[in-house]
Design a protein around this ligand. Structure first.
Ligand SMILES: [Zn+2]
Length: 193
């Protein structure tokens, strides 16, 4: 069973490795990722947000299971990013925190779908923002890294709160040690990377 991880879990800062194989288990994992995304009312989710260190993310701009396309991007590469737009973002791994983030307005994305078919398309608007946010996750980058200095100060207290909760959970044995988490990541990498 996959579980959503929250800041400052180390896997959120881990640059994920490219995927080299897709099997039935991976398809199930991606299905679970969609369930978790809808449960938390998200529009996108990267694999490392459920502690899987592989370059996969999902998106559904409608945020609802019955509506909108269910998109899966494997080994995504963003090219030819142009224009600029600023809008408010949040993140399932930082619940309750929001902030204005500058992104490119239009991007070209190359990736593979869960069916193994190549995706090569130009995207703009909300989906372009989701894709840039999720692609950042795969590199270990969070939207809070892209906030203005003023905005960063505004969320500082909340981040300390997350850090304190994380420390308590770890002391209670609910989250593994750094060594244990690194071992878990290596196991997934041995299987899929
Ligand atoms: Zn996020």
């Amino acid at each position: 069973m996959l579980q959503l991880i929250t800041y400052p879990h180390p896997t959120l800062r881990y640059p994920s490795k490219p995927l080299v194989r897709v099997d039935a288990q991976l398809k199930e994992l991606v299905g679970e990722m969609f369930d978790i995304m809808y449960q938390h009312r998200g529009v996108g989710l990267a694999a490392n947000q459920v502690n899987l260190p592989i370059r996969v993310f999902i998106a559904n701009p409608s945020g609802e299971k019955e509506t909108g396309p269910e998109l899966v991007f494997i080994n995504p590469v963003i090219k030819r990013a142009t224009g600029s737009s600023e809008s408010e973002e949040g993140c399932l791994s930082l619940p309750g925190i929001n902030g204005m983030v500058k992104r490119n307005k239009t991007i070209h994305i190359n990736a593979y779908g869960i069916d193994g078919k190549e995706i090569d398309m130009q995207v703009d608007g909300f989906l372009a923002r989701i894709i840039q946010h999720e692609a950042d996750h795969l590199d270990g980058v969070l939207f809070i890294d892209r906030l203005s200095e003023e905005n960063k100060r505004q969320v500082e207290e909340d981040l300390y709160g997350f850090e304190a909760t994380f420390d308590m959970k770890r002391k209670a044995g609910l989250i593994g040690t750094d060594d244990k988490l690194a071992e878990d990541r290596k196991r997934w990498e041995a299987k899929y990377c």
